[in-house]
Unconditional design. Structure first.
Length: 456
């Protein structure tokens, strides 16, 4: 009598798994039968505890997680841009939450009560985090603005204290800001809100307030480092920073009370809180978070449990932000430098090009220098933790290119018949090629997001 697939020796199955690298092949292996899945799960657990896990993660290429064509809101498909096909399996995802980022294979989600959740769609792991209370304050402030104005500063102060918000009403009134800089920031924010008519701007503000978190990045994979990771987010209308660590009961908000500027004279008054507003992207790089201010200034953010949170201004402002629609930070595999990527949009909100800058030493003073070519490398940009890969390691991956997908704010204003803003930009010829169009059913659902496949 012939033996079935489920009867193959476990040692043989382990050997087969050892020769599978793409996560899609591993998932197909585990789908053959229950016996193969049990072997695969145990194999993945051993890998996760070994040094091989990091190498395998680095060998994975981001996949595009997009709405399933059968319009089931609790399922997502995975699309490979290098193979130009949708894989024949779907992932279950929570419903009625906003995906505000992906990092190390985890989705970062927030619900209408501002509770944050980490979810690994490949393993099913869930990490529930406390709500961001300052977002609740922001919502209440908007809803009660007339009452707050009529009741005066004391009432506003009470509300701020209730939600852990900074109480700096007097300081804001007395602060002598640079008018020209404030005008530039306001111009940038208008560009971020699509720069259209008033009703479009109001809709952008309303939607941004509703979904609250613009970006989230993990310092490490919680599956591998369950007690040592940090999650940092850009949140709220003012695009501020907050972070949380495992077992924290509350978020830590970066403001004048919690931060120490390394290059700030302690004899002076505290640095204005606005220096930590209007952030456009964040990255974890060489054991520190880095945040990009909308006017081009790069901030180094070091979390030290003994001395608190230290912030250092790495570069001066250059004002390039308002001339572009979006900015990203990504670690380059070539030389291990930080890249700043600026994205340009057309009038109909579609991507038409990018500019890349590398953080150079500049004789002791770091500065941005333009990069004309990525060589063999390719970037994957969007609402995900930005990723750089060596294109030659992946058949079908275009070198010297940027793979991109649309961000949530702009996708929310896309007309139902408009395609997703998903494509590939080639630095050599300056052309943008659409890589995925989807269909009308998908266009009415949340936009796709890059995600790095992980082992269970």
């Amino acid at each position: 009598m012939a033996l079935g697939w489920e009867s193959l020796p476990e040692a043989l199955l382990d050997s087969m798994l050892d020769n599978l690298v793409p996560i899609a092949d591993c998932i197909r292996f585990s789908a053959v039968c229950r016996a193969w899945r049990c072997v695969a799960v145990e194999n993945f657990r051993r890998i996760r505890r070994s040094s091989r896990y990091g190498r395998l993660q680095q060998q994975q290429l981001p996949l595009l997680m997009l709405p399933a064509k059968n319009s089931r809101r609790q399922r997502r498909s995975l699309y490979s841009v290098t193979q130009t096909r949708v894989f024949d399996f779907q992932l279950p995802v929570p419903y009625n939450v906003r995906f505000c980022g992906s990092s190390h294979g985890w989705l970062i989600m927030v619900d209408d009560a501002f509770k944050v959740t980490l979810f690994n769609p490949f393993s099913g792991e869930i990490i529930n985090l406390p709500p961001i209370r300052r977002l609740a304050f922001e919502k209440r402030f908007q809803e009660e603005i007339s009452e707050i104005i009529s009741k005066g500063e004391e009432y506003e102060r009470q509300l701020r204290e209730e939600y852990g918000e900074e109480v700096n009403i007097e300081e804001e009134e007395e602060e002598d800001d640079d008018d020209e800089e404030e005008e530039d920031v306001e111009e940038y924010m208008e560009e971020e809100e699509d720069g259209g008519e008033d009703d479009v701007k109001e809709e952008a503000i309303e939607r941004r307030s509703e979904y609250s978190i613009l970006k989230g990045v993990l310092s490490a994979d919680p599956s591998v480092n369950p007690k040592e990771y940090v999650l940092m987010v850009i949140y709220g209308l003012e695009q501020r920073l907050a972070f949380i660590k495992p077992d924290d009961k509350e978020w830590t908000y970066l403001d004048g009370r919690t931060c120490c500027f390394e290059d700030h004279d302690k004899t002076d008054s505290p640095p204005p809180a606005s220096l930590l507003w209007h952030m456009t992207d964040i990255i974890f790089y060489k054991q520190r978070f880095y945040a990009l201010y909308c006017m081009g200034q790069l901030l180094s953010c070091h979390i030290d449990t003994s001395t608190g949170f230290k912030v250092k201004k790495m570069t001066p402002q250059d004002g390039l932000g308002p001339t572009f629609g979006k900015a990203y930070l990504v670690e380059s595999l070539e030389g291990g430098d930080i890249l700043r990527v600026l994205r340009r949009y057309s009038k109909n909100k579609m991507t038409i090009g990018f500019k890349i800058y590398r953080l150079a030493d500049g004789y002791g003073d770091p500065e941005w220098t333009e990069v004309k070519s990525l060589g063999d490398f390719a970037l994957f940009l969007g609402e995900n933790h930005s990723i750089s890969v060596s294109a030659s390691d992946y058949p079908g991956c275009e070198p010297n290119s940027i793979y991109f997908c649309g961000d949530h704010i702009r996708c929310s204003h896309r007309r139902r018949k408009d395609p997703y803003d998903i494509g590939v930009f080639n630095l050599e010829n300056g052309r943008v090629v659409e890589s995925y169009r989807g269909d009308a059913i998908q266009w009415s659902m949340p936009p796709p997001i890059w995600i790095l496949p992980t082992f269970m």
